[in-house]
Design a protein around this ligand. Structure first.
Ligand SMILES: [Zn+2]
Length: 81
């Protein structure tokens, strides 16, 4: 049981480091191409999932970066005093 808990914690830590280092990834819907092909015709249209940026945030990226921003703001405040 303890081994499973440690494994989960390590996996979470690794995921947090990956997200902090690289918060975005290619959009899974359009594969980073920014457009998708419509099913019936051969026309393309902007990808609705990534709003035609081709990238989207990894799961937890917003949370991790909020924590990083909060820590940096706290450090800045301490230096000023
Ligand atoms: Zn997309």
């Amino acid at each position: 049981m303890l081994t499973v808990l440690v494994a989960v914690l390590v996996a979470l830590a690794v995921a947090a480091v990956v997200v902090a280092a690289s918060p975005t990834r290619d959009c899974r819907r359009c594969g980073g191409k920014r457009v998708i092909r419509t099913a019936l015709t051969r026309r393309t249209r902007p990808c609705p999932r990534c709003h035609a940026t081709g990238r989207h945030y990894r799961r937890g990226a917003v949370l991790v970066h909020r924590v990083i921003q909060a820590v940096q703001a706290e450090r800045r405040n301490r230096k000023e005093k």
